[in-house]
Structure formats: structure tokens, C-alpha cells
Design a protein around this ligand. Sequence first.
Ligand SMILES: Cc1ncc(COP(=O)(O)O)c(C=O)c1O
Length: 387
Amino acid sequence: MLIPSLEELEKIYNNAKKDPSFKKEFNFLLKTFAGRPTPLTFAKNLSEKLGAARIYLKNEGLNHTGAHKITHCIGQAILAKRMGKKRLIAETGAGQHGLATATVAAKFGFSCTIFMGEIDIARQRPNVFLMEQLGATVIPVTFGNKTLKDAVNAAIKYWIENVKDTHYLLGSVVGPHPYPVMNCDFQSVVGKEIKLQLRKFEGKPPDYVIACVGGGSNAMGAFSAFLKDDVRLIGVEAGGKGNQVGENAIRFPFGSVGVVEGYKSYFLQNSDGNLQKTHSISAGLDYPGIGPQLSLLHDTKRVEFVNVKDKEVLSATRLLAQTEGIIPALESAHAVAFGIKLALKLPKEKIIVINLSGRGDKDIFILAKAFKDKKFMSFLKEYLKDV
Ligand SMILES: Cc1ncc(COP(=O)(O)O)c(C=O)c1O
């Protein structure tokens, strides 16, 4: 039922790619609305503290709405306008993609509905509040695991029923064609910026680029400019609490090839092809699938995949905050945690770029709980007394 809409989207996108006025509008909004280019920051204190490789941070958290997601939202909103659509819908896990979609909906004058798992609504409440302030309706998804994959299913179902006037603004490099290609193209600005910015600092390309991987949009964005270069590209998955089923979102090596939600890729699934439960401290990486481009890059060994545990993510968050003055999103802190471990094994002249896909404001409640911050909890209790 969706094939005609996907074909329409592909056609509009292919035309837009050749149209200088599309590029002009996209780049103008990236610059004047999203805040691109985001800075590349030399993590001097962290690098010196570790006494190891030189670490650079691509601070995507400084984008408007706090993460890389705004970039592909702007691109797709322009296309939705060209298709004459009236409503944007989206799935969200951490709430960053939902927030960015609600933001472009307000800016472009679309109505907006966001699907979000009940569990994610509970753990990323600040973003739910913000989406609603922007005029979006947030629909809790109450079936399945009540997390990201269920939100995708609910959004697809809604799209089938309302396809005429609705654009599904899918938020990663997953789903059916043309979404992975299109979102990767939009996000590729990140890697291009890193290349130029690092050349000014170091006069050469990095030795490593590291990014966290949920569906894979920030990773493909950071990696795509380096695919043909002699640069090691490392995707960091959610190692969660352990290696048992349901304790992590490690697609490599625990996933197998399947076709789900309109795309063929690696998935965490059982022998009947049903998706398995996943866990991550970060809602944005708590997903059993991964973009098909990253699956291919895994199979061809161009991108290496590693994972880090929730506990390492929390330590990395605190270390980055206290050495560099940057509180990363818990998703991005996965890349930081692995970057720190890698840096310690490398000589000082090696250069690592870590893609900080987002900032940590949204995670304030998770962090306060994880760090057992009694003062914050008693503040909440006091505050609620008056409500
Ligand atoms: C800050 C941040 N980073 C990363 C992700 C994971 O998505 P992706 O792998 O598509 O970049 C999310 C998803 O919500 C996110 O909010």
C-alpha cells in the first residue's frame, strides 16, 4: 500500500537533488536555523589526562534542538512541502527526532503527530513536554516492548491509513528505500564538515572516526565522507547490561539477516524472525535493527563494530563533563566511552574524531537517578508538592 508513496518520495528527492533551489533552501536553513556548521573541538584536557591519542569532538549537540536529527528533518520537510503534504508523522525513541520533527512542522506549518513507546515517554519526558509545546501530538505506543521499534510500527500503520496528506518523516537510515539513501545524503554534511575543520587544525585526515549506532544516521553522516580514505571507522553499539537476549542492542555479532519494517538488514531476532527485546540506558540506541548501508559496510569490513556497557557510558559522561565542559547525550556517550578506551592504546600522534551526536539535557532524569543524586530527587519531591 505504501509503494506509490515511496515511489513519489524517491522521484521528488531525485528531482530535488538536481535542483539548485533545493540545495539553496536546505543549506540556508542549515546555516540560519539549525546552526551549522557545528564546531569541531579539540578535547585538550581529556587528551592530556589520558596521556594518549589526540581526541576531537564533533559537537552535533550544538545543533538547534540538541542533536543531529534536525538536519534530515529540514531536508524532508522541504520535500514534504514540495509533495503538497499537510501533516508530518514520525517515530521517536530518545525524543530527539520527534523534537526535531515537531520543530520543522511548526516552522513549515505542518500539523504533526509523533509516535513514542510508553517506556520511552517515561524516560525521556523533557522531550515529550517540548514536542507538545511545539504543537505536536505525542501518541504513546502501548504494544510490544513499548520502545522505538514499536513506535516505527505504529507510525507505518498510521501512514498506511493516512497516506494521501501525510509525510512519514523517518528519523534514521532505516526503513524502505529511499529513506536510508536520503537521510544518509542529508547527514553527509557532518563528515564533510569534519574533514574541512580537521584540516585546519591538523592539516591531515583523522586516523579514526567513532560514532554511536542506533539506526545509524549520525554514524553514516560522520563516516560517509571518509569511506574512500585511509581512516578507520568505528560504530559503537549499546552493550547494555550484559550479553543475554534482552540485555543489549548488539546487532554485530548477535543479529542475523531479515526483512522488517520495509528493509533488509541485520536484526536481533529469534529463529521465527520475530524481533527480540533490546535494552540500552539510552533510548536512541535501544533498537533491534540497523541501517542497510551499515550492514553492508560491516559485511565488507569497512566499518568495525564494537559495544560498550551502560556503566561505561555513565563513567564516560561524567569524565567528558568534568574535563571538557560538555555533557553528551547518553547515545553519544557510547562513542565517547569507546573513544577513551581506544585512545589509551594509541600513541600520542594518532587522531581520533568522536561524533557527539547530541547533548545530554534530555537525560537529566536518567543521570540523576543513575548517579543517585539525592539533592535532585528531594528537589523533585518538594517541587511536586505545589503542583
Ligand atoms: C543524540 C542521539 N544520538 C544518536 C541517536 C541514534 O540514532 P542514529 O543511530 O540514527 O544516529 C539518537 C536517536 O534518538 C539520538 O537522539
